[in-house]
Design a protein around this ligand. Structure first.
Ligand SMILES: Cc1cc2nc3c(=O)[nH]c(=O)nc-3n(C[C@H](O)[C@H](O)[C@H](O)COP(=O)(O)OP(=O)(O)OC[C@H]3O[C@@H](n4cnc5c(N)ncnc54)[C@H](O)[C@@H]3O)c2cc1C
Length: 259
């Protein structure tokens, strides 16, 4: 099937839901035909090479895409929300984060998608969901979709205590918010149940590789029980990260094949 054309979305509202997260509400008639999504679905916001939001289709060599999870979508309005981390290192940021901080009602931007990501495996006795703030919308939506009797953990690293938000979850899933220790350390400190888990993890590239190695070598987790992905990489733009992510994934699959 051909990919749908990018849609022009209009910012209808923005709010700072925590010190590091800006929620952007998007509407506009092009979203009326946006399909319903499952947890982990994402859109690509489109910018030009100067970092300005695109409002008309241009040659793809002139586009910088930035990926964001669909936090919520209500087709009857229509309204989509995305929760964007406001990151800055030494004052420098990227086009998407800069746009999130300055967007105002009436602004427009092209978005492509939705794309879907692999969900939790169908068979499991407990779950482990983990990630940093970029994975929070996905973890939240996965938790909301789990059967009420699910047990396990959700681990989320946040910049500060102010970034902790209330998320509905099954009673027996313990949510662990961490402001200091790195994600791989927190995940490794959990008491691991012997039964079969479904594991879903999204975070920074190096953290992803550390956790993946630990799951494979120490926990002997069957590959089909795992979704693990890097959502960004320290010191790399999304365009650069995408290439390194592809190479890493190919090398990992080859290592599995080689046994
Ligand atoms: C499937 C998927 C879903 C995602 N969903 C979300 C989401 O819902 N919300 C969300 O906020 N992000 C999400 N991300 C991550 C987001 O796409 C990246 O953080 C993206 O690089 C941000 O683009 P930018 O233009 O702000 O920065 P870029 O131009 O890509 O990068 C500029 C600099 O900022 C650094 N940087 C990028 N992201 C971060 C970060 N989060 N923290 C600290 N430094 C960073 C880079 O390392 C680089 O040095 C998702 C990614 C994927 C693959």
């Amino acid at each position: 099937m051909p990919k749908p054309s990018p849609r022009l979305a209009e910012v209808t509202k923005t709010s700072r839901i925590s010190p590091s997260i800006q929620r952007i509400h998007l509407g506009g008639k092009a979203l009326r035909t946006f399909p319903s999504t499952t947890p982990g679905a994402y859109v690509k916001l489109m910018f030009d090479l100067e970092g300005q939001p695109l409002t008309a289709v241009v040659d793809k060599s002139q586009v910088a895409m930035r990926t964001y999870t669909v936090n919520s979508f209500n087709p009857s309005i229509p309204e989509m929300t995305i929760d964007m981390v406001l990151h800055a290192s030494d004052g420098a940021t990227g086009p998407a984060s800069a746009w999130a901080g300055s967007a105002k009602p009436g602004d427009t931007i092209l978005l492509a998608g939705p794309g879907t990501s692999k969900g939790l495996s169908d068979t499991y006795q407990w779950v482990l969901l983990a990630g940093d703030m970029t994975a929070l919308p996905s973890i939240k939506n996965h938790l909301a979709a789990l059967p009420k009797n699910t047990k396990g953990y959700a681990v989320i690293t946040v910049e500060s205590e102010g970034d902790i938000v209330n998320i509905p979850k099954p009673d027996d899933v313990e949510v662990i918010w961490e402001t200091k220790a790195p994600l791989p350390e927190v995940v490794a400190s959990l008491s691991w149940h012997e039964e079969l888990p479904a594991v879903w993890i999204a975070c920074e590239f190096s953290d992803m590789r550390n956790i993946r190695r630990w799951l494979k070598d120490e926990k002997k987790l069957p590959h089909e029980q795992l979704y693990i992905s890097s959502y960004w990489k320290k010191g790399r733009s999304e365009d650069q990260h995408k290439i390194e992510k592809r190479h890493d994934s190919e090398a990992f699959i080859n290592s599995l094949k080689a046994g």
